[in-house]
Design a protein around this ligand. Sequence first.
Ligand SMILES: Nc1ncnc2c1ncn2[C@@H]1O[C@H](COP(=O)(O)OP(=O)(O)OP(=O)(O)O)[C@@H](O)[C@H]1O
Ligand SMILES: [Mg+2]
Length: 277
Amino acid sequence: MAVFCLCSASGSPGVTSTVLGLGYQWGGSVTVVEADPSGGNAMLTGMLRGQLVKPGLVELAKAGQAGLLSEGLARLAVPLVDAAGVGIPREILTSDPGQVWATPRLSLVPGSLTFEQAPILTKLWEPLMVGMRSVSASTGVDFLVDAGRLGLQGWPKAIVEAADVTVLCLRSSLREASGAAAWAKKLAAGEFAEHQLRLLLIGDGHPYPVRDIAKEFKVEALGQIPWDPKRARVFSDGAGHGRGFARSGYVAALRAVAQALQKIVHADQVPTRGNSM
Ligand SMILES: Nc1ncnc2c1ncn2[C@@H]1O[C@H](COP(=O)(O)OP(=O)(O)OP(=O)(O)O)[C@@H](O)[C@H]1O
Ligand SMILES: [Mg+2]
């Protein structure tokens, strides 16, 4: 099992929404970790609309300092899909987050509250990477990490560097593509050379289609998530699904990308269906 990390170079292309969307379409056990040092608890305040207050990375950093990082990961992960796989259960508002790893198929380790907590997190990333690897190896859970914007104070470099697959997300405007170009080059070489690097285009592919950007950056493309503001708001802001959500092109693309990611590291175990939502 493996650690997958999504990040961006500039703008807000949709990393957080995409990570959550991928989690729901993963098909196997997966834990989403919000490792964005800019704070704001985007997942708890966004998709979960502030209805749930749970400790996250800062608590995890404390567990790490006490040598209990793996235990902290298990204790702090909030289940998002119940054992029957039926979507965000209402019970999550009151449930005890102390779950065993095998039970929830999708769980979330929330991020930090404010950017001022970034210095506390800088020492967390390396042990967290080691902890995710060890939990993943012993339980079969994959990790999907939202690393936020690259290069911010306290950014999770150790995770971006050592993840099995790092995905640079971007939109297709000249402004965003040019912001991402230098990072694509940096992430493909030197200290970052060990991970598999992929590009993920979020949006409509105009003016630059994903294959042109991939060719220009010399980085393989993972695919494209279509421009769909209404459906993306399900994950970024907890909007209602509306009719046809599960059959939409947006969800189909999330499922295809989830499968493509897993195929990179464990080619023989690609799931055939997503977590229902
Ligand atoms: N595929 C998409 N189509 C249209 N809008 C999208 C898509 N994905 C995300 N969005 C929208 O883009 C905005 C930013 O999304 P999100 O917070 O996921 O981006 P981010 O890259 O995590 O940003 P930040 O760097 O600020 O953390 C949100 O309003 C979200 O609904
Ligand atoms: Mg984000």
